[in-house]
Design a protein around this ligand. Structure first.
Ligand code: SDX
Length: 371
């Protein structure tokens, strides 16, 4: 039986996978993704380049990029998936509708049951494109409207944002949105990536592993936080009211969404710092939204002084999405769509060099009872 010193609640501090994909190097304050610094990728790369880097283990050539981008943009979502979405009630949580759709994608893939890394790598760009188009149409489908496909000739990021907000979008808006996609693309072994690797370790296929990941990501302690952040900011409306609201919640021992992190603990999530800059750039480009920035800053100040806690990336992704006019129910689905590239890289890596996950327990129940 496992003894006391091997038990770590929530696997805190436990190394649970060996990987070449990414690493949160707290020592050097760097988020390493395939050897690159994620912050530099956010500032200088395009999302499709990060997809290539994650899937191919090397930075993609321009030719590889255009091949990837056309596979992602031209991926036709199977009609069956939209038919299923149309049958789901609009009151159903968007992440539950997404979970159903991701699972249903397997129906249209004759090679769905594979755990072959090469086959999975070949289909990954199409899957990433499917998931983004499903996310961009979740609200439309829930209200009986016809889904819109991405258009060849436009970038993946422009297609994604334009379909989400159903209007023409500016280059500044596309860049801000694309930076958020890269920020969300990969982050070592969060709960949802671990869930995907645990499922893939039984040699279950990518659809099952992705479905597990979307189920995990919905949780408010994880991906669901970005929606909750926006709800809190909208409830407060002003910096003073936000301070009041946070103090009130803390007094009731409630968690403030968008703050804290299992790995970063009492440090700023480097991605949050960058998305804070993205938010400011968006506000400068729009010429409005300064009160929103001031409100976010006040929230930061209160949490730092009262709890010694700092924002994670959800805290600043939410106001960026709000200014872009994205429906709040789609914030976490977008997180999942952006992370699908990292998730697929982990699923492929798990299938490449697999060892079934089967941890032990510290049993604290009764013994020796007789029937
Ligand atoms: C993501 O893992 C990843 O990388 C995830 C992610 C990714 O890219 O995939 O980064 C994305 O999930 C970001 C996190 C989004 N979640 C939230 O914003 C929800 C709010 N945050 C917390 O619930 C919390 O900070 C967690 C869940 C993120 C981390 O929790 P831990 O590591 O289990 O920390 P803990 O619960 O043990 O808290 C330690 C202390 C406690 O105080 P005490 O009981 O010791 O007095 O810090 C307090 C907590 O009460 N605390 C908070 C808090 N987070 C921790 N208090 C108020 N508000 C918070 N947000």
């Amino acid at each position: 039986m496992a003894d006391q010193q091997h038990y770590s609640p929530g696997l805190e501090g436990v190394i649970a996978a060996q990987t070449r994909i990414s690493f949160l190097d707290l020592q050097n304050e760097e988020i390493v993704v395939r050897g690159y610094n994620l912050l530099e990728l956010i500032e200088r790369a395009r999302y499709v380049e990060v997809v290539g880097l994650l899937l191919d283990e090397q930075f993609p050539t321009p030719e590889r990029c255009s091949e990837l981008e056309s596979q992602m943009v031209q991926a036709e979502v199977p009609e069956l998936v939209y038919e299923i979405l149309a049958k789901l009630p609009a009151r159903m949580h968007a992440m539950d509708r997404l979970r159903t759709a991701v699972s249903a994608l397997a129906a249209a893939d004759p090679d769905a049951n594979t755990a072959d890394p090469d086959a999975e790598r070949a289909k990954a760009p199409r899957l990433i494109g499917h998931i983004a188009q499903i996310v961009a149409n979740l609200t439309r489908c829930a209200h009986g409207e016809k889904p819109r496909s991405f258009e060849p000739g436009r970038s993946f990021a422009e297609n994604f944002l334009r379909t989400l907000v159903a209007r023409e979008v500016t280059a500044a808006e596309v860049r801000a949105f694309e930076q958020s996609l890269i920020a969300y693309s990969e982050h070592e072994l969060p709960n949802s990536t671990f869930a995907a690797r645990v499922v893939a370790s039984t040699l279950a296929d990518a659809y099952g592993a992705l479905t597990a990941a979307v189920a995990s990501l919905k949780g408010p302690l994880h991906g669901g936080a970005n929606e909750a952040v926006m709800e809190m900011l909208l409830e407060a409306q002003t910096a003073d009211r936000l301070e009041e609201l946070i103090r009130h919640k803390l007094a009731r021992k409630e968690r403030i969404m968008g703050f804290g992190h299992r790995v970063y603990m009492r440090r700023m999530d480097p991605r949050a710092l960058l998305l804070k800059r993205t938010l400011q750039e968006l506000v400068n480009a729009r010429g409005s939204g300064t009160e929103l920035v001031a409100m976010c800053q006040r929230g930061e100040d209160v949490m730092r002084t009262e709890k010694g806690l700092y924002p994670n990336l959800d805290y600043y992704a939410a106001p960026v999405y709000y200014l872009l006019g994205i429906p709040i129910e789609l914030y976490t689905p977008i997180f999942f769509a952006a992370r699908s590239a990292g998730l697929l890289a982990h699923i492929i890596e798990q299938h490449q060099d697999n060892r079934l996950y089967r941890p032990r327990v510290l049993y604290t129940g009764p013994r020796g009872l007789k029937v």
